[in-house]
Ligand binder design. Sequence first.
Ligand SMILES: Nc1ncnc2c1ncn2[C@@H]1O[C@H](COP(=O)(O)OP(=O)(O)OP(=O)(O)O)[C@@H](O)[C@H]1O
Length: 574
Amino acid sequence: MRRWDIFKALTRDIAGINKPLLALGLFKIWNLVFGLIPLFLYSFLVNRVLVDKQLNELGLIIGGYLAVYILTTIGITVSKRFSNQLILKYDLRIKNKLLKKLISLEHNEYSKYSIGDVKSRIENDAAVAGKFFTTHILDFIYAVVYAVALAVILLCYDWRIALISFIFVPVSFVTVNFLGGKTKQAGEELWALQIQYETFLHTSFQNWKDIKTNNLEDAQFAELNGHYKKIRHVWFLNQLYMHLGITYSFFTKNFITQLFIYFIGGLFVIKGYSQVGVLLVFISFYGQFFGYIENISNSMMNFKNDSVSIGKVIGILNIEAGKKPYKKIEGTDINVNQLKFSYEGNDSFALDGISFSVGKGEHLAIVGQSGSGKSTIAKLLTGQMEPQEGTVSIGGTDISSVNSESVSDKVSIVVQEPVLFNMSIRDNLLLAKAGATDAELMECCRRASIYDYIETLPDKLDTIIGEKGVKLSGGQKQRLSIARAFLQDRDIIIFDESTSALDSENESDIISELKSLSSGKTMISIAHRLSSILDCDKVMVLQAGRVAAFDTHENLFNRNETYDLLFHNQYRAG
Ligand SMILES: Nc1ncnc2c1ncn2[C@@H]1O[C@H](COP(=O)(O)OP(=O)(O)OP(=O)(O)O)[C@@H](O)[C@H]1O
């Protein structure tokens, strides 16, 4: 992406940049003006004092230097403060915007990103984008304006030496542009590797207990070293190209051009085309001029590198999120028609032409061997994924035509591994219903059979449950998640093996509460134990992504071979 395209894209999404940018720009002009004056003072010193021997003007020159020093210091200090403020402000704004955008994405869009990708974009890439306005706009324009101003001054001083010395400018740019391309290429590779590394780290830290229990530390270290090795190699290349470019422009400025000007300038003075005073001042101006050419080429180099990260940020900001409308879904009956779904990268269908209906207030149990597609149905019914073929309708509305909020306002899902945050029990429950009173929370906890446990805790509802609810047992986590479903009080509730970690007694207590809650509600249970499906209105038996049977428990029991096999193998054991 070009600088201007990035500027347009970022200012379109992050408003309010123009004013502080303008203020900072004014201070840059201040710095530019007071940065040029010493060069003229120097010229004055050489020509008037040293060449013309006007010693009485020395005091004026020293006074001028002092005034410029004070004014420049003020300018630099204020603009530094402004630029830090600007960077901090926009870094935060971009992070905020990115986060909001990512959260607002529909399930199918969000699932394209790995955890490392999301983390890298929010933390590293957003910080690079936050600096874009100061580094790649203001500093860059400042360097260009300064270089042009100095070029004009140089031409006025001695156009012949100036024109000859300018030949190094395009040479410098061509080389830096070539190396910049290489830097960008390595930068892109580095970005992809860092994402893999971040995802690996995240997964390892989340599962460190299992890693230790299963003695997987050595394998994890080997994998970690593998990541380091690859990153080290590409990072080295990236830095090499970048520093080659920087070193090249430094060498061009401080060695080749200086020598060249001394040589050509010396010749001009000897031949009488120029004077020593003019040459001295010219060299001083040229030093500054080429310094800014060096800044421009370094900035171009860094821009190529940073544009990789900034492009990733803009990539997210540009996604048209929430294109589907919100619709309040009326009715609680579910109709699934010829549903086909296969996961990305899988050849076979996880669901292969499934059709079924659940009427208002009915309770359907879905059973089937591991991998038969039970959880996939739950994900499709809650709109987390979209089928390749077929439809899911709730109350006559095809859920693929509405946004995810419309579906989540209608359906709640209780899963085997509920999402719990490192916050108090109260805050975890309030996520389901903001503003619920303590009395409401405790009532739902009682119905989910977790009230007695909470009462034993010294901090009760204020107890912090640790990351992912690590301080709770599997069953307690599930009960908290069921309490959330009670709080949400949606018309359709899906239980995805959500009572698997409960003992039979607790499970039957909760199931009877569910029954009372579910009067008039439609329920689907992906069942783990027979006890949890005995009272269901219908049972759907899945086999390899297809419906093998659909009937009542009584009609299936001892009559359907697949059901009986499942029952004997799994449910009795449960
Ligand atoms: N994220 C995924 N990516 C690729 N394949 C997947 C993914 N999730 C599930 N599958 C595959 O889809 C098929 C159905 O999986 P699903 O989780 O729906 O089965 P299930 O009946 O719920 O199994 P279980 O009882 O073990 O939870 C399986 O073959 C599984 O390997």
